[in-house]
Design a protein around this ligand. Structure first.
Ligand code: AVI
Length: 384
């Protein structure tokens, strides 16, 4: 079990987003702190918990959970914050997802970084300190750091990498992996911060008050945030960094594509994603007073909920939904919570981007897209 984040685990949502999807009903501001290593020892950065979610199980996360289940606006689906997906079993299942042939985003990002790493590295400010959000074991980042180091006049000796993660185990791996990928990088130039994303960014800024920070956010996790939440997060990150000129952000995003591929990626034939999503519901119900027992007694154990993937073209997002198999009486799992037979609960949203959507996100955060590298499936952009 990874240690809990050392930094303050939660800041309350700053504002409610103006519109659905309901998974954006709060702007989560911390990362899970209870994740365990996985079958491969440590998952790739892509397999990281949601970028900014509260630590599921903490009081604030339970409050968000209740808010999503008790009284959605008329016509809105009930929701479970996606932070509940990433407990120990959930992280292991997610790791399995990244191995699935149908789950293309992980390989798409790796391919894009391999193809354009040199250019991307050279586009980062020559004096910038590379600060990776949710670095995990930094398996994909090493080559990027090497490319950035090669592009600067001082080479690796003039390069500093800071990995931020809430798992000390991952951070140990990150140190080793980055050092191995960048010959000549002095050991003291590889720093790690065990913290939540924004807290880690603050710590990086405090440790390097005069430096330019180049934040690296791999994994397309921004897609798990609704537009308003994503913009709030990016805006806050730039505020911490000191604004454009003093920091920039390398943002990786999955691209909108035809429904069949999206469906195959999120509704795999082996049912791994379904198990991942049902596990999130189990985790969430277990955090409520009536617990799983009450749902089970009503005939609504999470294993009996039907998994559905909805391709929402209007919002350009994949929606992962569970349908309740049987009515659960008001108050059985928690005060004010009831489920009707067949009722759908939104468990996760995965937004897919177009260049225009990234431009919109940047503008809403008060920054600009300065450069973009893309394949047919995936994109990396530099915001400053
Ligand atoms: C973490 N995140 C980028 C994944 C995604 O593709 O949205 C989460 C995921 N959920 C089901 N499969 C993958």
């Amino acid at each position: 079990m990874a240690p809990p984040p050392v930094a303050a685990a939660f800041s309350p949502p700053t504002s409610a987003p103006p519109s659905p999807p309901p998974n954006a009903s709060s702007v989560p501001k911390a990362m899970l702190g209870e994740e365990e290593g996985t079958k491969k020892g440590a998952p790739p950065p892509h397999a990281r918990p949601p970028p900014t979610g509260e630590a599921a199980g903490d009081a604030c996360a339970v409050a968000s959970l209740l808010a999503g289940l008790v009284a959605p606006h008329a016509g809105d689906r009930k929701t479970v914050p996606c932070s509940f997906l990433y407990d120990g079993p959930g992280s292991r299942l997610y790791d399995e997802i990244t191995d699935l042939d149908a789950y293309y985003p992980y390989r798409a990002e790796a391919g894009l970084l391999a193809a354009h790493g040199r250019d991307i590295g050279a586009a980062l400010p020559a004096d910038s300190i590379l600060v990776e959000l949710g670095c995990g074991s930094a398996t994909k980042t090493g080559s990027l750091v090497a490319a950035a180091a090669a592009a600067r006049p001082g080479g690796p000796a003039a390069t500093t990498y800071i990995g931020i993660d809430c798992s000390a185990d991952f951070l140990d791996n990150a140190r080793v992996n980055v050092a191995a990928a960048v010959p000549g990088l002095p050991a003291q130039n590889v720093e790690t911060i065990c913290a939540l994303y924004l807290d880690g960014a603050r710590a990086a800024r405090a440790a390097h008050p005069a430096g330019v920070l180049a934040f690296l956010w791999l994994g397309s996790s921004v897609g798990n945030l609704a537009p308003a939440a994503a913009a709030a997060f990016v805006g806050e990150l730039f505020a911490i960094g000191g604004g454009p000129g003093r920091c920039c952000l390398l943002l990786c995003t999955d691209l909108w594509k035809e429904g069949a591929r999206l469906r195959a990626a999120y509704d795999d034939v082996g049912g791994v994603t379904a198990a991942f999503i049902r596990n999130g519901l189990s985790h969430a119900l277990a955090c409520l007073p009536g617990g799983l027992e009450a749902a089970t007694a009503a005939g609504a154990h999470p294993d009996a909920w039907a998994y559905e993937v909805l391709i929402n073209e209007r919002e350009a997002q994949v929606e992962m939904v569970l349908a309740c198999p049987a009515a659960v009486a008001p108050g059985a799992v928690a005060p004010g919570v009831a489920f009707a037979a067949g009722e759908r609960v939104l468990m996760e949203v995965s937004r897919k981007f177009t260049p225009a959507a990234v431009e919109e996100l940047a503008a809403a955060a008060g920054v600009t897209v300065k450069a973009r590298w893309a394949s047919a499936d995936y994109a990396v952009q530099l915001l400053a």
